[in-house]
Design a protein around this ligand. Sequence first.
Ligand code: DAH
Length: 356
Amino acid sequence: MEELRQKYIAAIAAAADEGALESLRVQAVGKKGEVSLKMRELGKMSPEERQVAGPALNALKEEINSALAAKKAALADVALEERLRAEWLDVTLPARTRRVGSIHPVSQVTEEVTAIFADMGFGVAEGPQVEDDWHNFDALNIPGHHPARAEMDTFYMARAEGDNRPPHVLRTHTSPVQIRSMMKHGAPLRIICPGRVYRCDYDQTHTPMFHQVEGLAIGRDISMANLKWVLEEFFSAFFGTHVETRFRASHFPFTEPSAEVDIRCSWEGGTVKVGEGDDWLEVLGSGMVHPKVLTAGNIDPLAWQGFAFGIGIDRLAMLKYGIPDLRAFFDSDLRWLRHYGFASLDVPSIHAGISA
Ligand code: DAH
């Protein structure tokens, strides 16, 4: 019996895994195991022998069972240790950085402009970028022979052969949205129309696609004085400093009288500063809406009048944020976008000029 004991206790101690343990259990204390067979022999013994051998065999069986259980637990501990070592991870490592996009300066400035004009009671109107030539030209008092059509370097949409409808164009300015808004809403009216416009032109200050914002205010008693106030109010809010304007007589087919508007600025070391100095920078075209344009928009020019203006959004962005080359706006260069872009939390407000 002592032999059996030593054999199994040693084998259990040496078992490499649970499978080996299980076969040792079967060999020793399973139904046909060595210890079990010995127990069956008890019946053939004399009562005296049985009294000695019985408890001894029971004790052996118990000892083997508890050695098996202890070894099983020890193997599980080793396995757990091994997992803990293998699956270890350092939760104090810095997290992987997430790529964050940025708001394009054109989007940012469009929002700023919209916020400032909204504060003065202007709604936002939009129109199609592929426009018919009536809205883009004729309705704005630019007839077919007018030199303005050639000057604007218009992109014409291709027509299928035999399609003789009047041409569609990529709108050359946001002014056609004036016409659409007048026809849709009638008078009185106070809107701005920001959006993309297209002209066949490309150099440091021109790209074939750029952005304008149109302004239109129609009422019973609107004058150039209102226009000047609105524009000075806008530029002062936008640049975060009082900005003087200078009106120069000009000509646009859709306004009469027409004015080009300059803002006061200084040039120092090649950089422009708005609101101070002795120089003037041209920033927009404007005027009183031409009676023919009101008529085209189904508004009676004897009862209503209004002012209109058109500003380049990209140019506003270049001026305010010191961006030198317009072409880079549309190159999708990530380095440029990260440098000049805005975080999504730079929410434009009517005080954006001060915080920027
Ligand atoms: N549409 C003109 C352009 O693209 C800008 C402009 C000038 C708009 C005078 C106006 C305006 O509304 O009154 O050059």
